[in-house]
Design a protein. Structure first.
Length: 519
């Protein structure tokens, strides 16, 4: 027989409920800056839309699900993890019948939430979470959800989110705090995913190891389960490439080594990159605020990881905005515990301008990350869409942004083997710069022939409805080669927008016009 509540208990219940409600309200009120930032990030991503690279990699995932073979039927220069990270979102989109772009955006925010949640759990159990102060969550959300701008959901953005739990684990261990076995293994898995997306990112981990060894000793470093976990999962990733994507190693890796990797900007151009300059400004204030606290694990680990990210940026040598994002993000995170622990008198006097300068630097970085190359043009999209319903599309040009996300925006089907003619573009650029002697010309001739013959096969075999030619230079190149000119003989210009000329199949255009004739 159950006990009946006493009158005193009945009267106390509403009081308890009221107290719980007040507690929830206080917690929500404290979290409002973070909630506002999340809403702002969602709005920003809705306005910016899907970036060029993400759109292309989404298309690659769909083609793989439709039975085409990556690195054989459609070729991407990056390793498999670069597009497989989008596969769960694309699969989910197909399962529930929504646009992949929506699911990929949701996936990006979910990745941020999972990363921040794991880092919070790791640092809380280590007794370090409070060191970030009340603004810590806001700073983290600014760095991960707002700062990326158009870099949001790019490989670098998702890779950083995957790797942050390992950095939190290393900071906890450098503080001589215990981290649970499961958390260390999960953190290692995230770091392995980060390095699988782009092997250069292993430098972010390597850069922290001398400091970690100094803090916990060589014996502690050798016994670091999270590092073994990273290495083991990384080895599985490499083995999976050999097992499931042998064409990447046999066919694409030689192309990348011969053409993609040597393509780089000058050291002067890299040194004056706006993102790198923002990193330098933020790094200066880490040193200024840190002084005798630079050895603090919450400062040293992200700070050193950011040095590794700078090294990765310089080694890649392309100077693209998204490649410098991890460095800027990590150095900004290193500022968090320093700002929260700066004495009030110092903040009011010598470093009064610090918040404004750092915020201004992050705003400049945000603007830079929003400035990714795109060729969005409503007029061009209307022209391409008028060629045929759900047109099959190929691009003759040097910019991936010409075909992506245009193809997806018009409901088209990409039928090119490559996303753009990056092989021909790179070799011709070297030729224009006078970097090719007769021996180099002979060495690169097979690559040029392969690129052109692949394009001819795409046109002859897949019969695209619309061929976008980037400008007069590319038009001259296309019609100067007999085989390519013959493949284009069945096509005629249907219009131009700016420098871009759209060619449509003569037969297809006659049928389209016939269908539109009045009865």
């Amino acid at each position: 027989m159950s006990e009946r509540a006493t009158p005193a208990q009945i009267q106390a219940a509403p009081v308890s409920l009221s107290a719980a409600a007040r507690f929830s309200f206080v917690q929500i009120r404290k979290a409002w800056p973070a909630l506002v930032l999340c809403a702002a990030a969602v709005v920003a991503q809705a306005i910016l839309g899907t970036s060029t690279d993400v759109s292309w990699l989404t298309t690659l995932c769909e083609k793989m699900l439709d039975g085409q073979r990556p690195y054989v039927d459609v070729i991407e220069s990056n390793p498999p993890a670069a597009f497989l990270i989008y596969m769960p979102a694309v699969l989910a989109a197909r399962a529930i019948g929504v646009a992949p772009e929506f699911m990929i955006g949701l996936f990006g925010f979910s990745a941020i939430g999972a990363s921040v949640g794991l880092c919070t759990l790791i640092l809380s159990r280590a007794g370090l979470a409070h060191r970030f102060g009340p603004g810590g969550l806001v700073l983290v959300l600014v760095v991960l959800a707002v700062l990326p701008g158009a870099v949001f959901d790019q490989r670098e953005h998702l890779a950083l989110a995957a790797g942050l739990p390992l950095l939190a684990t290393l900071a906890a261990r450098a503080s001589s705090a215990e981290v649970g076995l499961a958390l260390r293994v999960v953190a290692g898995l995230g770091a392995a995913i980060m390095a699988s997306i782009k092997p250069y990112f292993a430098l972010m981990i390597i850069a922290t190891l001398p400091y970690l060894g100094w803090r916990i000793g060589l014996k502690g470093l050798v016994a670091s389960l999270e590092l073994y976990s990273t290495a083991i999962f990384g080895a599985f990733s490499v083995a999976a490439v050999f097992a499931f994507f042998p064409a990447y190693l046999d066919k694409v890796a030689p192309l990348v080594a011969a053409i993609y990797l040597p393509q780089r900007q000058s050291w002067l151009t890299l040194a004056t990159n706006p993102g790198l300059l923002c990193w330098l400004v933020l790094g200066r204030y880490v040193i200024l605020l840190g002084r005798d606290r630079l050895g603090d694990p919450l400062v040293a680990i992200p700070g050193l990881a950011s040095l590794g990210a700078v090294a990765a940026f310089l080694l890649q040598g392309k100077g693209w905005p998204y490649q410098v994002y991890p460095a800027v993000a990590l150095i900004a995170l290193a500022l968090g515990p320093l700002i929260s622990k700066t004495p009030q008198a110092t903040r009011q006097h010598r470093l009064l301008a610090l918040p404004a300068i750092c915020a201004g630097t992050l705003v400049i970085a945000f603007g830079y990350f929003c400035n990714l190359p795109r060729q969005d043009s409503a007029a061009l999209e209307r022209l391409v869409a008028s060629v045929a319903p759900h047109p099959k599309i190929v691009v003759i040009g040097s910019d991936i942004a010409l075909g992506h996300p245009l193809t997806r925006n018009v409901g088209g089907v990409w039928v090119g083997t490559f996303p753009f003619l990056w092989i021909t573009d790179t070799i011709y650029f070297w030729r224009e710069q006078g970097k090719l002697d007769s021996a180099a010309e002979a060495r690169y001739a097979p690559f040029l022939r392969y690129d052109r013959e692949t394009l001819v096969a795409d046109i002859d075999g897949k019969k695209p409805d619309a061929i976008l030619i980037a400008d007069d230079n590319w038009k001259g190149w296309a019609f100067s080669h007999t085989d390519l000119a013959a493949a284009l003989a069945d096509y005629t210009p249907v219009g131009a927008v700016g420098e871009v000329t759209v060619y449509g199949r003569k037969l297809g255009l006659r049928r389209l016009n016939s269908d539109n004739d009045p009865p």
